[in-house]
Design a binder for this molecule. Structure first.
Ligand SMILES: NC(=O)c1ccc[n+]([C@@H]2O[C@H](COP(=O)([O-])OP(=O)(O)OC[C@H]3O[C@@H](n4cnc5c(N)ncnc54)[C@H](O)[C@@H]3O)[C@@H](O)[C@H]2O)c1
Length: 359
C-alpha cells in the first residue's frame, strides 16, 4: 500500500520520501512506487526517493504510515514519525482494522494523528476514508483531507468503528457468497452470477486474491469487534485454508488460478443483463440490508454510503442502487428471511427497509 500511496502523491506533484524497515526494503519500495507512478503519468517519476529515520525530516508536512497491521508496530511507527517530522506535521495511519482513536491516543500527539484509509490499488483507487476522533484538531483533518483530494481521491469522513464504512457494508457480499458455497453451490457459479450483474470481480475471487488465511483472520476479528451474529465467519474458509487452498498465492482457493488468472474462465450463465441470478439476488439483498443498517444506526447518510461503496468496489451502482432491481424494500426483507432460513443465520432486518422509504 505504501508504494501505491507514494506513487499517487508524487504524481500529484509532491516531494515524497519513503522509509521501510531497512535500506534494501526502502529501495524496493521506491522502485515499486516509481513503476506505479509511471503507470499513472508519463513523467520521469517526479521527486521520489528513499530516506531513513536518521535523516533530517523536520520539513516533512505529512506522513502516511502503511506498515503491517500490528497495533504495537503502528504505535511505535507513529511515535517515530511524530518525533522525526516537523512539530506541526500531520501523521496518518492507513490501518484497515485497528481503532484510530486508540492509535492516536497511544501516539502521544493525538491532535495531529488521524486515519486515512486507502483502498487497493492505492495509486489508482478513487476513494479514501478519513477517520477522525474527538482529540483531532480540525485544521489537521482539513490538511489531510485536502491533500487526499489533491491526489484525485474522493474523501468520505467515516466513524472510527470496526471496518469503518466500506469494509463493514461490503462484508455480507463475501460472507453470504461463502455460505452458498458451504451449502453446496459451485463457487464459479456464485461469482459468475455476481459478475453478470456488473460487479468487476466476484466476491469469492476477491477473497482468494486477498488470501483466504488473511481473509479468515480479518473475518474473525470483525466478528469479535462487531459482536453481530450475521458477521459469524464461515467454516468453509477455514477448511480450505487447512487443506492448503489459501487462494491465488497457492493457485487454489474457492477457485483455481493459472499464471495469476482465474481458471477456467467460466463466464456465467445469464446473458440477459436484466435478469439477476437467484444466488446473486440473495447476496445483494444482504449487502443492501447492511448498507441500510449502517444508515439506520447513524454511521453515514445514504448518499455517502452509495458513493463510498461504488467508488471503493468499482461497482456500477452503490448498494441502494440495487433496491429497485431487486424488487424494492419489501422484497429484500422477504429475501433476508429466506437467507436466514437457508443458512441458519441471524441477520437483523434494517428498519428503513420495512418502512418502505427506500422504494
Ligand atoms: N493490502 C490492502 O489491500 C490494504 C488495503 C487497505 C489498507 N491496508 C493497510 O495498509 C497497511 C499495509 O498493508 P500492506 O498490505 O501494504 O502490507 P505489506 O506487508 O505488503 O507491507 C507492509 C510494509 O511495512 C514494512 N514494515 C514492517 N515493519 C516495519 C518497520 N518497523 N518500519 C518500517 N516499515 C516496516 C514492511 O517491510 C512492508 O514494506 C496495513 O495497515 C493494512 O491494513 C492494506
Amino acid at each position: 500500500m505504501g508504494a501505491g500511496i507514494a506513487a499517487a502523491a508524487v504524481t500529484a506533484g509532491d516531494r515524497v520520501r519513503m522509509v521501510d524497515i531497512d535500506a534494501e526494503r526502502t529501495r524496493a519500495g521506491v522502485d515499486k512506487a516509481r513503476r506505479r507512478a509511471a503507470r499513472l503519468s508519463e513523467t520521469d517519476g517526479g521527486d521520489l526517493s528513499a530516506t531513513s529515520w536518521q535523516a533530517d525530516l523536520t520539513d516533512v508536512e505529512l506522513v502516511v504510515e502503511a506498515v503491517a497491521e500490528d497495533r504495537d508496530l503502528k504505535i511505535a511507527t507513529l511515535r517515530r514519525a511524530l518525533e522525526a517530522a516537523g512539530p506541526d506535521a500531520v501523521v496518518a495511519t492507513n490501518t484497515s482494522s485497528l481503532s484510530v482513536t486508540d492509535l492516536a491516543t497511544q501516539s502521544r500527539a493525538a491532535e495531529r494523528v488521524l486515519g486515512l484509509h486507502f483502498f487497493s490499488p492505492a495509486h489508482s483507487s478513487r476513494l479514501v476514508e478519513a477517520v477522525g476522533h474527538p482529540l483531532l484538531r480540525d485544521r489537521h483533518l482539513a490538511c489531510a483531507t485536502g491533500w487526499a483530494v489533491r491526489l484525485g481521491k474522493t474523501v468520505v469522513q467515516v466513524p472510527d468503528a470496526p471496518g469503518f464504512l466500506v469494509n463493514r457494508v461490503a462484508r455480507p457480499l463475501y460472507l453470504e457468497a461463502e455460505r452458498f458455497v458451504e451449502a453446496g453451490a459451485d463457487p464459479a457459479d456464485v461469482d459468475a452470477q455476481l459478475r453478470a450483474v456488473g460487479l468487476p470481480v466476484g466476491p469469492l475471487e476477491i477473497v482468494d486474491r486477498t488470501g483466504l488465511d488473511v481473509h479468515a483472520a480479518v473475518s474473525r476479528q470483525m466478528y469479535e469487534q462487531r459482536a453481530a451474529a450475521h458477521f459469524r465467519p464461515v467454516a468453509v474458509v477455514e477448511s480450505l485454508v487447512a487443506g492448503g487452498r489459501t487462494g491465488l498465492k497457492s493457485g487454489r482457493g474457492f477457485l483455481e488460478y493459472v499464471d495469476g488468472r482465474r481458471s477456467p474462465r467460466f463466464d456465467g450463465q445469464t446473458s440477459d443483463a436484466e435478469a439477476i441470478g437467484p444466488i446473486a439476488r440473495l447476496v445483494l439483498a444482504a449487502y443492501v440490508n447492511e448498507a441500510a443498517l449502517t444508515v439506520d444506526e447513524g454511521y453515514a447518510d445514504r448518499e455517502t454510503v452509495d458513493l463510498a461503496l461504488k467508488l471503493a468496489l468499482s461497482h456500477p451502482v452503490g448498494p441502494f442502487g440495487w433496491v429497485g432491481r431487486l424488487g424494492g424494500g419489501d422484497e429484500i426483507v422477504r429475501m433476508l428471511a429466506e437467507l436466514n432460513r437457508r443458512h441458519h443465520s441471524d441477520t437483523p432486518t434494517a428498519q428503513s427497509l420495512t418502512t418502505g422509504s427506500w422504494t
